[in-house]
Write a protein that binds this ligand. Structure first.
Ligand code: AMP
Ligand code: GLY
Length: 426
């Protein structure tokens, strides 16, 4: 199988890495990619949101499957353009990607499908916003309706801040505050059959102890030792399958990766948001544990054959990923700093801990420099979360990026819970 992956983040590096390990893959291409993807996939430059350009590249490399990583090309309809040329695509159509592209649309679909989510109002005027803020009371949750690269949501106790965010957006969704831990659950779907992956947890705030501004995600781990083992089945029945069924009923079937961001509230599971693609950094840990070869799974989804796909297999143990962010991230990330120690990680850590590149580029001389806010993530596996964490942080310490920062508490609480449970069982 010849595969073209579109995108440039650590998610795409994780996808390329997993695909490169699949014996069914005979050729792997990535565009635009980064300094990491180019180690496992042939690099091409392309404007990822230009459907015609992506379709032309797919034809040039004779791709049997195009995998679209990020939301921007999906919402721009790149999958539709490529599909129209007869090449299977893993990723939803423009119409189906609206589940991520418009929060108001997602709310409408959830209401139709009976999917549990926060109560909400869609507002376009200051009067509507004030009425909605009053109706729910603090803490206020105000969301930009459209794509905002992880910066569209403000959660605050301050009325003025909530109003100011709403005023800066054309259309917002004001919704009730959801308490309780968050879980990211991915499902692969062909528009009919839904295959859930294993749940993960993301760390969205920039600093330890969940302090600081929201980010794209500073780390993740899987599995979740504290979660109810029935959680995945429950979310499949109450969230994922009804949503996929509703999208099909509307004549805009959703195929690709449906990502449910969930809050486990005291009143039950609620959807915080849908994304139409693999999440970053959750993908790094979920794919680290997936034993089933990835290419066949994505192809089955892209060609409507998931019903016949064998049950997924998973590695035992756990995976942890820690993001190394540039100086100034998320407000104003600095670019162009040298990244050192990558060879040392590869040489010292073995296959259980590895670097996945995000915002990196390669100089003429082959050296790697930072080129984005989240520069790279270190992913490690282990027999349990404690071992995976230890390996991940040991590898992080080997990397030198001036001014960089990372969280030191990724999976710390879950690893402690896991150890406690182990002690209790003994
Ligand atoms: P989103 O972009 O919708 O995932 O929102 C980003 C983050 O904002 C989420 O991961 C939550 O931490 C927080 N958030 C979003 N919606 C709510 C809500 N209704 N209640 C509490 N926190 C929320
Ligand atoms: N980690 C959350 C996301 O990818 O949106």
């Amino acid at each position: 199988m010849r595969i073209l992956v579109i995108g440039t983040g650590a998610r795409e590096h994780a996808l390329c890495r997993a695909l490169s390990l699949d014996p069914a893959v005979s050729a792997l291409h990535c565009a635009p990619g980064n300094a990491g993807t180019s180690e496992v996939a042939t690099a091409h430059s392309v404007d990822a949101t230009d459907g015609a350009a992506v379709a032309a590249l797919a034809a040039e490399v004779a791709a049997d499957l195009v995998v679209i990583g990020p939301e921007a090309p999906l919402v721009a309809g790149v999958a539709d353009v490529v599909r129209a040329t007869g090449v299977p695509v893993f990723g939803p159509s423009r119409a189906a990607a609206e589940l991520e592209g418009s929060k108001a649309f997602a709310k409408e679909v959830m209401a139709e499908a009976g999917v549990p989510t926060a109560r909400s109002y869609v507002c376009t005027t200051a009067e509507q916003v004030d009425a909605a803020l009053d109706a729910f009371g603090p803490p206020y949750v105000v969301k930009d309706d459209g794509l905002a690269a992880g910066k569209g949501v403000v959660v605050t106790g301050d009325t003025a801040e909530a109003r100011a965010h709403a005023a800066a957006c054309e259309r917002v969704v004001v919704e009730e505050y959801l308490d309780g831990p968050e879980v990211s659950l991915f499902a692969v779907t062909d528009g009919e059959t839904v295959v859930p992956l294993q749940p993960a947890q993301d760390f969205k705030r920039a600093h330890d102890g969940d302090l600081g501004p929201n980010t794209g995600g500073m780390g993740a781990y899987s599995p979740l030792p504290w979660a109810d083992p029935k959680l995945v089945d429950e979310v499949l029945m109450t969230v994922l399958q009804p949503t996929v069924d509703e999208m099909r009923r509307r004549g805009t079937p959703f195929s690709g990766l449906l990502f449910a961001g969930l809050a486990l509230t005291s009143r039950g599971v609620r959807v915080v948001e849908f994304n139409a693609r693999f999440g970053d950094p959750e993908t790094q840990v979920v794919l680290a544990r997936l034993q089933t070869p990835l290419a066949g799974l994505l192809q089955a989804a892209a060609t409507g054959q998931l019903a016949d796909f064998p049950p997924l297999r998973w590695h035992d143990g756990a995976a942890v990923t820690v993001v190394l962010a540039a100086a100034g991230y998320p407000a104003a990330p600095r670019k162009g700093d040298p990244v050192d120690g990558l060879e040392e990680v590869a040489a010292q850590e073995g296959p259980d801990a590895y670097v996945l590149h995000a915002g990196t580029a390669r100089n003429q001389d082959g050296s790697v420099v930072s080129a984005g806010g989240r520069v790279l993530s270190v992913t490690a596996g282990g027999s349990d979360l404690t071992e995976a964490r230890t390996r991940a942080y040991r590898a992080v310490e080997r990397i030198d990026l001036p001014g960089s920062h990372h969280r030191t508490d990724i999976a710390a609480q879950a690893a402690a819970d896991e150890r406690e449970e182990g002690t209790a069982r003994r």
